[in-house]
Write a protein that binds this ligand. Structure first.
Ligand code: ADP
Ligand code: MG
Ligand code: MG
Length: 254
């Protein structure tokens, strides 16, 4: 029973090979942390999985719930339960957060053969979600990401996650500094949504985040492939020793 299966994935950006034979299997309910040096391809992996323009798959396969991910358009992937958070999407002035969220949830429910939720019921759920992530309800009326601070964007994305209930959540912290407050927001959001049928890929530079989100597995991504996998203790080792010691080891061969 595998939720997300990545097999020998090779992908490029601007004709440059970035992902170079990556394998990863994620079962329902698991939390996988991906760490690794800057430029290793961690963010690229998230973009390739979500189907972002400009990210080319050269070879390999990825299946989500047994279905070929690369046969699906970006939006279909989202509707099939894949969610990529923290990429700081552009502002969408004129479209309120509530409208944006409702449209996303409606589309997802429809794609999964579920009935639409009434506007009143959705508003109720959205207000509850605001409370959970500690955002004022007035955020629902504001334009998508319009003038949000970094922390507010994170809370807002966690709210989206609460409402969309994705099956595979990819959280990429990017290289931006996260203060302890934002770390805790992210950790609480993830922890409150951990369940037997939902999986997370947490991309992070910060071992500290993994003090709050206990991963089942930690992987090191280096030069486009996973060069080491372990349990949560691997993150502590990396914190103490950095990544350079891994580069002398032969990479796991395909
Ligand atoms: P990480 O998230 O591990 O720090 P990235 O996935 O952001 O690494 O980047 C991996 C490599 O791909 C880097 O060498 C980066 O310069 C390159 N890269 C990523 N996105 C682009 C892009 N849009 N155009 C050109 N090169 C890119
Ligand atoms: Mg980077
Ligand atoms: Mg990155």
């Amino acid at each position: 029973n595998v939720l997300l299966s990545i097999k020998d994935l090779h992908a490029s950006v601007e004709e440059k090979n970035i992902i170079k034979g990556l394998n990863l299997e994620i079962k329902p309910g698991e939390v996988h942390a991906i760490m690794g040096p800057n430029g290793a391809g961690k963010s690229t992996l998230g973009y390739v999985l979500s189907g972002r323009e400009g990210y080319e798959v050269d070879s390999g396969t990825v299946s989500l719930n047994g279905e070929d991910l690369f046969e699906m358009e970006t939006e279909e992937r989202a509707r099939a339960g894949l969610f990529l958070a923290f990429q700081y999407p552009v502002e969408i002035p004129g479209v309120s957060n509530l409208e944006f969220l409702k449209a996303a949830v409606d589309a997802t429910r429809e794609a999964n053969g579920q009935e639409a939720v009434s506007s009143a019921e959705f508003l109720k759920q959205a207000k509850e979600a605001c409370k959970k992530v500690n955002l004022p309800v007035s955020f629902l009326k504001r334009g998508v990401n319009e003038g949000f601070s970094g922390g507010e964007k994170k809370r807002n994305e966690l709210m989206q996650m609460l409402l969309l209930k994705p099956k595979v959540c990819i959280l990429d912290e990017t290289d931006s500094g996260l203060d302890i407050d934002a770390l805790q927001v992210v950790a609480e959001g993830v922890n409150s949504q951990r369940s037997d049928d939902r999986s997370f890929i947490v991309v992070t530079h910060y071992q500290r985040l993994l003090d709050y989100i206990k991963p089942d597995y930690v992987h090191v991504l280096s030069d486009g492939k996973i060069v080491k996998s372990g349990d949560a203790s691997l993150a502590l080792e990396l914190e103490a020793q950095g990544y350079s010691w891994l580069q002398t080891e032969p990479a796991e061969d395909e």
